[in-house]
Design a protein around this ligand. Structure first.
Ligand code: TMP
Length: 209
């Protein structure tokens, strides 16, 4: 149960886009925000890990190697980042009636740290007090294709992106732990415009003018 959601006021809508690295989440988040703004909605794009204190620490670790962290410590860092993000960004935006489009959120926590051996349901429980999304999209592609795309663009996340690890992450995303069953799944190999249209068809009914 989400403590904050119970008293949620202000009429904001919370959309999350999930998927493996390389799935096109950021592109879709941008396209959705743009379309929302064109339709006169006050929309904001956020992402986790953030560029805040904890997010910066996470990126430093991703570049240098995560070996000295236990899975619990790693999960805890993402949760601290989420706590800060909720307090400073998500809750104020939703309370002001904005539409928040988030690139990665709790499901990434459950899948990526679950793949280190933690129980996904336990991770969902630890995240239960944060604002819960109104819709979560999952851009689906194989770990091999995700890694190929990431390598092509020379991204800096090497520490988090080994193929065996990504296969475990992928399996967990496709498992039936609570937060994964409710995701709206879209084939990430479809053209970006087509994906954006499917996203829009699902978001439009959630919008109140
Ligand atoms: P990014 O490439 O989308 O910025 O994400 C950086 C990495 O962080 C990515 O490999 C997924 C990972 N991640 C987690 O491991 N746990 C989390 O809770 C989140 C939000 C991201």
């Amino acid at each position: 149960m989400c403590v904050w959601n119970e008293g949620r006021k202000g009429g904001g809508v919370f959309i999350v886009i999930e998927g493996l690295d390389g799935a096109g989440k950021s592109t879709q988040a941008d396209m959705l925000v743009e379309r929302l703004k064109k339709s006169s909605f006050d929309a904001v794009k956020l992402k986790e890990p953030t560029n805040g204190r904890w997010g910066t620490e996470i990126r430093r670790i991703a570049e240098e190697g995560r070996e000295h962290l236990s899975p619990d410590e790693e999960a805890e860092l993402f949760i601290k980042d989420r706590e800060e993000d909720s307090r400073l960004n998500i809750i104020p935006a939703l309370s002001a009636g904005k539409i928040v489009v988030m690139d990665r959120y709790i499901n990434s926590n459950a899948a990526y740290q679950g793949a280190l051996g933690l129980e996904p349901e336990m991770i969902f429980k630890k995240n239960a007090g944060f604002p819960q999304p109104d819709a979560v999209f999952f851009l689906e592609l194989t770990p091999e294709e995700g890694l190929r795309r990431v390598n092509q663009r020379g991204a800096a996340n090497a520490g988090f992106e080994k193929i065996d690890y990504l296969k475990k992450v992928h399996d967990i995303f496709n498992g039936d732990a609570g937060g994964f069953k409710k995701m709206i799944r879209i084939d990430a190999l479809k053209p970006p415009e087509k994906i954006a249209e499917i996203v829009w068809q699902n978001v439009a009914p959630l919008l109140k003018k």
